[in-house]
Design a protein around this ligand. Structure first.
Ligand code: GLA
Length: 397
């Protein structure tokens, strides 16, 4: 839908492979023989529930991180990123990890996602030269980091003499471990899981306790998922995320539950007077959000977009008021979107404190919504018309 004025075009994966291959040729003087990609994601509903054993309902985006490269026999991995916002240096050289000499996290920050996956990869490693390009907006709350981890893992599978892994859950967990240990971000499993498992035309209802997932069709040609980047990122995510995790554990302990997945609103109300107020509100968000998520998945299955949209807005309000992870820019974007005729629902998506909103609307309302939101928002937003896309793939070059 690039014909709608103000909507950003999304480069195709084939174009990104082309771009990466040209950089590879300039840098290493040969054509790459291997390529892989991992998509970003947008979460439709189910925010800050994954690390509470709850449900999430994301879809994979058409924006992907692509890695192209070749095997080498030097024992060294030479990796270059073309991402504009990546910290310097944008080219690094690391040795293959061994028991005596494991890889270590450090600077540049972007390389930690790659090094972490190389370190924890369960198959057979070969050294390689590689170039990374990405169309996933960095720091936009649409999982640029998970897309890099999953693209790296898939690239290593492409090089692996034993072929790609069949254990996709283990793959997502390896990528999550890289994020925990190398990027020091104690994330849940949602981002890596959807980047591995995404399916075209479907959102995925993931039970983060059992790791079971259910595909729900989202391919109505009259419906659009609009991702709006606020283009702000408040530097709070790093410190606030682990605090929220701790508060959830505290709440579960106060309710004598293994996790907030096991708690009901009645349990919570009964403990209100004995609980710290902030911890109580955090738990109220999580318990409410888990039931909103399964309800929303059922509504989508029935193509009941009005109910789905209402639940999206309730989710946003709860993230804003009880979980306190929204910010004025995201609130403004949601409020503007909700004033447009043909919009079913809108909410912040991802960890919060900036990044993107996700809006479900009628296709014929997109132009109107973009115009209106641009007029109301005090910053400079970027708009993407997206559709549920494929999970990670080995690509041909
Ligand atoms: C970040 C994390 C996810 C999830 C979301 C909030 O994106 O990486 O695991 O916790 O925040 O829903």
């Amino acid at each position: 839908m690039a014909e709608v004025v103000g909507v950003s075009e999304i480069k195709s994966t084939a174009e990104l492979v082309q771009d990466a291959s040209s950089v590879f040729f300039e840098k290493f003087g040969s054509k790459p023989s291997f390529a892989a990609c991992g998509p970003g994601r947008v979460n439709l509903i189910g925010e800050h529930t994954d690390y509470n054993d709850g449900y999430v309902f994301p879809m994979a985006l058409p924006q992907v991180t692509v890695i192209v490269g070749n095997k080498t026999n030097t024992g060294l991995c030479r990796i270059t990123t073309t991402a504009e916002n990546a910290d310097e240096p944008r080219s690094i050289e690391v040795h293959l990890p061994s028991a005596e000499k494991p890889l270590q996290p450090g600077l540049p920050a972007w390389a930690n996602y790659v090094k972490g996956v190389v370190q924890f990869y369960k198959g057979t490693l070969s050294s390689f030269d590689a170039v990374i390009v990405s169309s996933v907006p960095l720091g936009g709350g649409v999982s640029s980091s998970a897309s890099l981890e999953v693209a790296t893992h898939t690239f290593l599978e492409a090089l692996d003499p034993n072929g790609p892994t069949t254990d996709l859950r283990a793959k997502a967990l390896t990528c999550q471990m890289a994020e925990h240990e190398f990027a020091k971000m104690p994330c849940g499993i949602m981002d890596q899981f959807i980047s591995v498992m995404g399916k075209e035309g479907h959102a995925l209802l993931i039970d983060c306790r059992s790791m079971d997932a259910k595909l729900v069709p989202l391919a109505d040609p009259q419906l659009v998922v609009l991702v709006t980047n606020s283009n702000v990122r408040h530097e709070l995510t790093g410190s606030e995320y682990p605090t929220r995790r701790r508060q959830c554990q505290e709440a579960a302990a106060a309710l004598s539950k293994k996790s907030l997945r096991d708690a009901t609103m009645e349990d919570l109300f009964a403990s209100e007077s004995s609980m710290d107020r902030e911890v109580y509100c955090r738990a109220r968000h999580v318990i409410g959000e888990i039931s909103r998520t399964t309800e929303a998945a059922e509504a989508l299955q029935k193509e009941d977009y009005a109910t789905f949209g209402r639940l999206m807005v309730e989710s946003h309000n709860s993230l804003r008021d009880d979980y306190e992870v929204s910010c004025p820019e995201l609130d403004q974007l949601v409020e503007a979107a909700m004033a447009v005729d043909g919009v079913y629902g809108s909410r912040m998506t991802g960890g919060g404190f900036g990044g993107c909103t996700v809006t479900l609307l009628k296709k014929d309302a997109v132009g109107r919504a973009v115009e209106y939101i641009k007029g109301k928002y005090l910053g400079k937003p970027t708009f993407y018309v997206t559709a549920p896309s494929k999970g990670a793939q080995i690509l041909s070059v």
